[in-house]
Unconditional design. Structure first.
Length: 261
């Protein structure tokens, strides 16, 4: 129910997945002589500069400048009217301005490509960090595993990330660019309902708690029926999120159809 991403705590039901605020929309900054990537995002609108919507330089732009994203391979769905191709010229112009700023602030003479690659290295390291932390905390070595990669931009970064982690094998599924949508199409439709209460969980209060669970179940089943799912195709699971009195430690306890845990 609780995770932290980029210092922001999120409280909602979710899978236990370690995430990092870095992606194709992560904005690029040069501040105090240092390259910084994200956590601010250009989003889908206006998006990166190459989208031709007046956006900001982002990781996707770095991949465009380095030739890892080829505009000719993408449909003409960009620009204000969504009928133009990706804009390499605008991206290079924006990177040229940023490169001049970098060179002025560091007394170096980097090329546009070197600056773009520098930002990608920062982004890749941000993606490597949670993988290292997660494997180390569980007593595993990242180098002993295969790196599974998906997403439209995943293959643009996976080899560099694998190299940094000492991983020798990378798996890129043929559904990489549409894997999230593919997974959603195969996933169950779920309707979660919850209600807060301060009742003690004892023999006297339990019938009332069970009645609340049944009311939530009926509401969820009705909602799914409204989406076209007949009741006979719906299965329900009931849980009590309990905590010991005087503590913040909670545990989920399943309750069966007879009201027993």
């Amino acid at each position: 129910f609780e995770t932290t991403t980029a210092g922001v705590t999120v409280l909602c039901p979710q899978l236990d997945i370690n995430t990092v605020a870095a992606g194709g929309g992560s904005r690029l900054f040069f501040q105090d002589g240092l390259f910084r990537v994200g956590p601010e995002s250009a989003g889908a609108h206006p998006g990166p500069v190459c989208y031709k919507k007046g956006g900001h330089l982002a990781v996707t732009d770095a991949n465009v400048v380095l030739g890892r994203v080829v505009p000719e391979y993408f449909p003409a769905i960009f620009g204000p009217n969504e009928d133009e191709p990706l804009d390499l010229a605008a991206t290079r112009e924006a990177f040229t301005k940023l490169t001049a700023e970098v060179n002025a602030g560091s007394n170096e003479n980097k090329s546009v490509e070197e600056v773009a690659l520098g930002f990608l290295r920062i982004a890749n390291e941000a993606m490597c960090r949670p993988i290292r932390n997660l494997t180390t905390m569980k007593g595993h070595s990242a180098a002993a595993h295969m790196l599974a990669c998906f997403g439209g931009a995943g293959p643009q970064h996976c080899c560099a990330i694998a190299k940094a982690l000492g991983i020798r094998r990378v798996l890129v599924t043929r559904f990489s660019g549409v894997l999230s949508a593919y997974g959603l199409s195969l996933a169950d439709v779920v309707d979660e309902r919850q209600e807060a209460t301060t009742s003690r969980c004892d023999d006297e209060a339990f019938p009332g708690l069970l009645a609340k669970l049944r009311a939530l179940e009926e509401s969820a089943v009705a909602s799914l029926a409204g989406q076209g799912f007949p009741p006979e195709q719906v299965s329900c699971a009931r849980y009590l999120n309990l905590r010991y009195q005087g503590t913040d430690t909670a545990m989920m306890v399943a309750v069966d159809d007879d009201g027993e845990g």
